[in-house]
Design a protein around this ligand. Structure first.
Ligand SMILES: [Zn+2]
Length: 248
C-alpha cells in the first residue's frame, strides 16, 4: 500500500475520533482519541506520527506508525517510555536511548510496525523525581531502593492508555519488542492480544551495567546476556503461546 493511502486511512481515524468528546464521559472512564496524523521521516526510516489525547493521565502520547497497521495481526510493537536525559541528552545512566534507537532502526526496516512513545518519564515518577532518585543513587542506593525511598513503587508505569492506543489503531494482535515481562502481562490484562515477544535487550555500558543488573535482579527484566540467540528465544516464546510467526 502506498504512503498516500496509508495516510488517508490514518486520517480517517482523526475524523472518526473528532466527535468522540470527553463531554458526557463519566468520571474515571478512559477516553483515548486520535487528534492528528502527519508524515514523520526519521533517520531510521519513514513513519507516520499519530498524536493521541486521553482523559486518564492527560499526557500527550504519540505512536510512530510504519506501513499499514489498521486491522492487521502480528504487528511488531515497541512501547517506549519517555526519558529526557537518555533519549534527548544521551545520558549513559540508563539504556533508554539505545532501546529507542534500536527499536526505530528495527521497525524502520519492516513493512509495518508501531512504536508507542509514552510520556511516562522515570518509570512513571516524572522528571524531577527521577533526578531526586539519581541523587539518592549517587549516595549509594540502587535504582529500586531510590524509588522506594521517595515513596514510589519500583515501577509506576501503567499501560492502560497504551492498550487503548493500539485499539484506536485497530490492531488485531501484536508481537511485543521487550525484555520486560510486566509489559506483556499488563497489555494482556488490558485486553491486547499479544501473539509473542521479540527480545529487545541492548548491551550494557560501563555506567548503566549496575542499573541494568538491578532491573534484572529486582524487577524481572531480561538482560542482553539472557537473551541468547534472538531466534531461539522468540521461538521458545512462540511455542509457549501457541502463536504463529510474525509477518516480518
Ligand atoms: Zn532513561
Amino acid at each position: 500500500m502506498s504512503t498516500a493511502q496509508e495516510v488517508k486511512r490514518l486520517d480517517d481515524l482523526v475524523a472518526r475520533d473528532r466527535d468522540y468528546a470527553y463531554a458526557g464521559i463519566e468520571a474515571g472512564k478512559l477516553c483515548v482519541r486520535i487528534v492528528a496524523v502527519a508524515d514523520l521521516p526519521t533517520r531510521s526510516g519513514d513513519f507516520h506520527v499519530v498524536a493521541f489525547a486521553n482523559n486518564l493521565d492527560e499526557k500527550e502520547h504519540i505512536a510512530l506508525v510504519r506501513g499499514d497497521v489498521l486491522g492487521q495481526s502480528d504487528v511488531p510493537v515497541r512501547m517506549h517510555s519517555e526519558c529526557l536525559t537518555g533519549d534527548a541528552i544521551g545520558s549513559l545512566r540508563c539504556d533508554c536511548r539505545d532501546q529507542l534507537d534500536a527499536a526505530l532502526k528495527t521497525l524502520g526496516q519492516m513493512d509495518r510496525g508501531i512504536l508507542l512513545y509514552l510520556r511516562q518519564e522515570g518509570r512513571g515518577i516524572g522528571l524531577l523525581n527521577k533526578i531526586r532518585a539519581y541523587q539518592l543513587q549517587d549516595q549509594g542506593l540502587d535504582t529500586v531502593d531510590a524509588n522506594l525511598a521517595l515513596g514510589f513503587h519500583d515501577d509506576e508505569r501503567d499501560y492502560a492508555v497504551a492498550a487503548r492506543m493500539l485499539a484506536s489503531l485497530e490492531v488485531e494482535s501484536i508481537w511485543l519488542m521487550t525484555n520486560n515481562p510486566r509489559k506483556l502481562q499488563q497489555l494482556e490484562h488490558y485486553g491486547v492480544r499479544v501473539a509473542g515477544r521479540i527480545p529487545h535487550a541492548q548491551p550494557p555500558n560501563a555506567h548503566n551495567r549496575f542499573y541494568l543488573e538491578t532491573k534484572a535482579a529486582r524487577s524481572g527484566h531480561l538482560l542482553f546476556s539472557d537473551e541468547g540467540g534472538v531466534d531461539e528465544s522468540a521461538k521458545r516464546e512462540t511455542e509457549s503461546r501457541g502463536a504463529s510467526s510474525p509477518s516480518e
